[in-house]
Design a protein around this ligand. Structure first.
Ligand code: ZN
Length: 160
């Protein structure tokens, strides 16, 4: 495994749409391992492949306190949303900043896991926010485009 360089705001790859993954192979598996390691090293709660310069539809998320519950979503699609939450959000590609974004408070997502098995995942609150944020990356959308008001210096708030 290896830490990959995280692309930052202004890098054109962050504005591009990612492609579906059709089969698991060694290269994708290594990408996923590296994304997890990179996310944990950066103390983020999520990372999408375009953030490490790869335009493929895979995201990793871990919103657990102990950072020991990794979620891998391949070709994820949100199939249901409910409610609303408005709160601070940050992104590893926009270091040191935070801004207020409104997201659904509940999402259900359909995806494949690393064995390319169909899975369904439900999330509320922070997990729902992280899923929406990471899936936006696959469309080339950054949260800064959705911020209500201005970006602020993050201080010690949460990242990504
Ligand atoms: Zn992000």
């Amino acid at each position: 495994m290896a830490i990959r360089q995280i692309r930052k705001l202004g890098d054109s790859i962050l504005g591009k749409k990612s492609r579906e993954i059709t089969e698991m192979n060694g290269r994708i598996s290594t990408l996923i391992d590296d994304m997890l390691e990179t996310m944990y090293e950066a103390q983020g709660v999520g990372l999408a492949a375009p953030q490490v310069g790869i335009l493929k539809r895979v995201v990793v998320i871990d919103v657990s306190e102990e950072a020991d519950q990794p979620i891998v979503l391949i070709n994820p699609v949100i199939v249901e949303t409910a409610g609303e939450q408005t709160g601070n959000e940050g992104c590893l590609s926009v270091p040191g900043k935070t801004g207020v974004v409104t997201r659904p408070n509940y999402v259900k997502v359909r995806a494949k896991d690393r064995r390319m098995q169909e899975i369904e995942l439900e999330g509320t609150e922070l997990l729902a926010r992280a899923i929406c944020h990471e899936l936006d990356h696959l469309e080339g959308i950054l949260y800064v485009e959705k911020v209500e008001g201005d970006l602020h210096d993050a201080g010690k708030d949460w990242e990504e």
